[in-house]
Design a protein around this ligand. Structure first.
Ligand SMILES: O=C(O)CCC(=O)C(=O)O
Ligand SMILES: [Fe+2]
Length: 375
């Protein structure tokens, strides 16, 4: 028998309820302005977002093919803030193993997962929905971990115990190691495409890995997908995001900087979606765009995504290079800031909706164009 709307809203949501509180579907209903306007599988308009292959790049030669791919990356990042990456060189086995380990963990009973539950002061570990969000709860379970091996092992040990944490820990660390390498290649390609020294970005990521992190989201089936969101509209504050979308079930939507319309990104097996974070937007004097996106849910299938957020060492100063500045037609937009200052500010803000985090570093907010997407 079909439930009516009211009965659906009153249903309990076991998979997203922490131990001490039972949520109902209605607790996850967002305010009307945020309701998705296009379905999770409406992808046509997103097909314009460029797809870049690294097939001819992985050999390491800086030839014509390499430079073309670098320019394509820069152009996509200027226009969309997003591109799709195929032939990326990360072994399928490493990706599949990470997905399996995360799915297995998400499948555990809540008491077990909650042994690795995040605390109020530190947003790392497991969480059923995101308690920071208050009114608009994300329809998602989340595992959020720093890249540091000690932290991964400590988390996995809390959930699985000393004897059984290894498969999870190894899978996560192997995945993050590969994504780090891929991230450095993308940074070098962006630098080459922008006419900067090749290591302009990548040299700042070398020693300390404390700030780089992974967020694995699992969005269960949702009985009310038109009023709920897996993840509300946001831009990623970090430098670069390497996102593994579910390879079958869509849900990632990008607010097109070109016409302010939501566009869905089609799932492509064995690909990554790359997007520019706020920090890289500031670092490139606004040339590369950090663009607002969100995750929508659906009634039929659960969906898994894993976002790897690359961040520089904490003391690195984010300051646009002279090459990207022209005092007359392209003046400096942001005050230099350290990643640790920005990160501390983000942690204190708890929840960032839309795209506001960079504003405090703007040199002259009033004289800037009023494009909501960019500033
Ligand atoms: O699930 C998705 O596709 C988007 C995830 C995302 O944007 C994030 O974790 O920051
Ligand atoms: Fe994101």
């Amino acid at each position: 028998m079909e439930l009516d709307h009211h009965q659906v809203e009153e249903q309990q949501v076991e998979t997203l309820s922490p131990l001490d509180h039972k949520f109902c579907v209605k607790d996850f209903v967002w305010s009307k302005e945020e309701w998705p306007t296009i379905d999770h599988d409406d992808y046509e308009s997103g097909d314009n977002i460029p797809m870049i292959s690294l097939l001819k790049v992985i050999n390491g030669k800086k030839d014509e093919d390499y430079l073309k791919a670098c320019n394509d990356m820069v152009m996509a990042s200027e226009k969309w803030g997003f591109f799709k990456l195929v032939d990326h060189g990360v072994k399928l086995e490493i990706i599949e193993n990470m997905k399996k380990m995360c799915n297995d963990m998400f499948d555990l009973p809540m008491e077990k997962k909650m042994k690795g539950g995040r605390s109020a002061s530190l947003p790392l570990g497991y969480s059923a929905t995101n308690p920071d969000y208050g009114k608009n709860l994300p329809w998602a379970e989340i595992i959020q971990l720093l890249q540091s091996p000690q932290q991964v092992v400590a988390f996995a040990t809390k959930v699985y115990g000393d004897q059984y944490h290894q498969p999870f820990s190894d899978a996560m660390l192997a995945y993050m190691h590969e994504l780090d390498k891929l991230g450095m290649l993308i940074f070098e390609m962006l630098a080459d495409g922008l006419g900067l020294p090749s290591d302009f970005f990548s040299k700042n990521f070398k020693e300390e890995k404390e700030a780089t992190m992974i967020r694995v989201n699992r969005y269960p089936k949702c009985p009310l997908p038109h009023k709920c969101l897996g993840l509300g509209s946001h831009s990623d504050p970090h430098t670069l995001t390497i996102l593994l979308q579910d390879d079958k079930v869509g849900g990632l939507q990008v607010l097109s900087p070109n016409d302010n319309q939501w566009v869905g990104i089609r799932p492509i097996p064995n690909s990554f979606v790359i997007n520019i974070g706020d920090t890289l937007q500031a670092w490139t004097n606004g040339k590369l765009k950090s663009v607002v996106h969100r995750a929508v849910v659906n009634k039929e299938k659960s969906r898994l995504s894993a976002a790897y957020f690359l961040s520089p060492c904490s003391q690195v100063m984010i300051e646009s290079p002279q090459e990207l500045i022209d005092p007359i037609c392209n003046p400096r937009l942001y005050l230099p800031f350290s990643w640790s200052d920005f990160r501390n500010q983000l942690l204190s803000q708890k929840r960032i909706l839309g795209k506001t985090a960079l504003q405090r570093y703007l040199i002259s907010p009033c004289s800037r164009p009023t494009n909501k997407q960019i500033f």
